[in-house]
Structures are given as structure tokens and as C-alpha cells.
Write a protein that binds this ligand. Sequence first.
Ligand SMILES: Nc1ncnc2c1ncn2[C@@H]1O[C@H](COP(=O)(O)OP(=O)(O)O)[C@@H](O)[C@H]1O
Ligand SMILES: [Mg+2]
Length: 476
Amino acid sequence: MVFMEQVKILLLDLDPGSDLGRMLRRILESPADLGIRLQHESLGTRGLDFYDGGLSKILSSFDPDVIFLVLSPGTFKQAGALLPSLRRELPDIPVMVVMEAREPDEVLELLRLGAADFITPPLKAVDIFPRLWQWVDRVHWRDTPEALMRTLKEKLGLKQLVGKSPAFLAEIKKIPSIAQCQASVLISGETGTGKEVCARAIHYLSPRAGKPFIPVNCGAIPVELVENELFGHARGAFTGASTSQPGLIHEADGGTLFLDEIDSLPPLAQVKLLRFLQEKEYRPLGSVKTHLADVRIISATNVHLEVAAREGRFRQDLYYRLNVIPLTLPPLRERREDIPLLAHHFLAKYAAELNKRAMDFSSDAMQLLMLYEWPGNVRELEHVVQRAVVLSGQGVIQKDHIHLPNLETIARQESFQEAKAKVIEQFEKTYIRELLLAHQGNITKAAQAAKKNRRAFWQLMRKHQIDVQNFKPGAP
Ligand SMILES: Nc1ncnc2c1ncn2[C@@H]1O[C@H](COP(=O)(O)OP(=O)(O)O)[C@@H](O)[C@H]1O
Ligand SMILES: [Mg+2]
């Protein structure tokens, strides 16, 4: 592997007392033919003011292509101050953080602050160079038409994620930074909560965007075929295997493998997947040779995988490998404020598909949508709206067009008090939303119409976490 041109690497060492920086330097300098120019700066003993003055000078005179930032647990805080200044000074230059493996929370924090990638000891050339290569590649190509196309796709990819509830946003906000690292992601959430959409968003925002995204539903493949699907087979591996056949891991090389319903992965396949995650190599069925593949794994589950692992239904060691970065999507009934947004999103989509004029929901139709439990989450809502659009004529979707199963289960075994509190809460939310909608987000006017004072009205909005911006003209 030879870089096209010289690559300038700045190694900022916040932990000069340890060997980490020196080891990294040794690895980066060992292949003479890579054209790497390295500048090693020990920051461990310098004060914070250095970050403003001295660092700026180094950055502008050396003009690095990639920065490696070496930390120890003791310099985690310093890194927190340093990363944002690096992002400010050199927004396009990736910063790779090198440190001992940490809690996922801390990793996420650094990602949020702008770290592009993580490398943890033991430092190995086989880990470091492929990543370095990817980042350099990305930096060098960022202005080409392909890069523009990619950005476009990314934007489209993220636009499909509709929702403004705090519970939803808290998770979605992590996606851009998760995309910039290589760690395995485990997405948990009930069926239809958007796990696959998120997995795609991560892939298309990542440096792997130009390579394949391969989804596999582990629950849909017969148990005896899973290994064959994932790892492929050699010629003669079993009766009828007259030719060798590559598996999905091979197909996903350079890209992302999305393992949906990972909890249904049979035990033997779990062992093989674990080995692949540890070694980056695997052996097709019946093959004596091992193969290498560079694949990022995103898995998804609608069961509590940690519980399954504790109860011995899933390998614990594999669970930890898959769950480096957890993403948990809340069910729709826990973020009901997203229902109107999503409903209107799907309404516009299907109205356009069916060539119908601008459409809306009647208020009792919307109320029905707001009250339902949505066991099938966003997917179910999408189907219900699609059907309503088909059934309705032009114009307004009425209550009768909304077909929901088991409406009677809504008022299951709850006490009178609980049921009443729920209905009041729903009523308040719907009532306020409708008024805000009618008055285009003007709180004063909405409060007047409700014959409440502005402050009380505003408090109700706050109680239900209703964002007035959603109701202003031009909001989605
Ligand atoms: N936040 C969202 N915004 C828009 N559409 C969504 C959202 N979440 C899910 N969807 C849609 O709902 C359907 C189910 O999503 P999917 O990602 O397949 O769910 P899961 O994998 O969790 O079962 C898809 O058609 C998807 O486009
Ligand atoms: Mg799915």
C-alpha cells in the first residue's frame, strides 16, 4: 500500500509519560515507503493557554492531513478542551483518539466533541493503517463529484428520520458522530421503531458510504443456512456445493453489515461471528483457508439482548463485542408528540404517490391516531395512513378512514384514576396542539382562544413538552 502523495500526521501526545505515543510513532514510522511525515508534540506538561497560541502555530505551519491524539484517563478533561479547538481551527481534518478502552459514554462524549475515530491498545499496524488510509482517502477526495453525490445521499438519508420528541432526538443526535467511528453498534427497539433506517443513516454518513450496506435478517434465514449465508462455502463443502460461494461478509467488505434480529443467530454462527469480530478473519464452510474482510457491524434486536445474554440465550462475549455503542429507539407510544409529524409526513408521501391534492386529517381522526398504542410503531402508523389515503377521497381524512385493530384494548385493565389521568393528558396534548396549529404557533392567540392566560397555557405546553416551533409556518 502506497499513498498517492505525502501524508502529514500530527501526533499530539497528552500522555507523554506512557508508552502509547511512542508505540504509535514507531508503528507509523516503520514502513518507509508510505510517504508519512510525522510531527510528534508532547502536550502533557503544557498549560491550557498553549492550546490557543502555540498549538495554532503548529497547526498552521505543519498543516496536517490527520491528527492522532493520545490520551490517558487523567487527561480526558484536557482532551475535552482540546478537541473543540482542533475542530475550530481545522474543521476538515480528522482527529483519531488513541486511548485505553473506556466506557461507551466517554467514547460518545469524545465523538460528540469531534473525534473522528478511536484506536485502543494493543496498537497494531493492521488496525491503524487501514483506518488511516480511509481517512486520508476521504480528506483527499472530499471535493470531487462523488463526494458531492455522497453528501446528497447522506442528506436524503437523514431526512427520512422524522421526529422531534426529546426521547427520539436524544438517540438520533448521536448518529453523525457514531458514523465517524468504526465501533460496532447495537440498535435496540421494538419492531417498526426505525432501527434499519438508523443503520442506513450511520452507513451513509460514514467513510464507508461508497461501499455496500448489506442487510441480513438473521431471523429469516433457516438455522442450518445462516453460516453459509454469512461466511460462504468452499467447493465441496457439502453435497451439492459444486462451486465455492462467497458469503455476505465478503460482499460487505469495506462497507457495513447490518445484522437484523441478531438475537436469532444460532450458537455456532455466534461463535464464528465473535471470532470474526476479534480477528477480522473468518473461514468459509469447508474451507481450509481463512479470509480477511474489513466490515463494520451494526446489529439490531427487538429483545433485551443483555437479558438474553445473562440468561444464557445469547453469548455474553459476543454481546459485549456487538454493544460497543448502544442506540435505543423509543416506542412510538412513548413519544406521542411525534405522531402528528409522522402522520403528516406519510400523508404527504402517499397523497403525492396517488396524485391527490393537499390533504389533512380531521381533528377526530388525528385524535384517534394520538390515542392508539401503536404496537407496530412507525411502520404500523405508515400503513394506517397509507390505507386512509387510499380510502378517502380528496381533501380531509376522517375518523372512518382510520382502521386500527383492537381499539378496545386501549382501555385495558386500568383503574378509573389511571384511565382518567391518561385521557386528560391526551386531551390536553391534542387540544393544545390543535390550537397551536390553528393559530400557527402564536401562543398569545392560542391562549386567548382557550380562555386561559398566556402563562398557564405556556406551562401546559411545557408540561407536555410541546415545541411551538413545530407549529410555526414553514415547519414540517
Ligand atoms: N423516524 C422516522 N421517520 C420516518 N420514517 C420512519 C421513521 N422511523 C421508521 N420509519 C419508517 O417506518 C418503517 C419501519 O422502519 P424500520 O427501520 O424498518 O424499523 P425496524 O427496523 O425497527 O423494524 C420504514 O418504512 C421506515 O421508513
Ligand atoms: Mg427491521
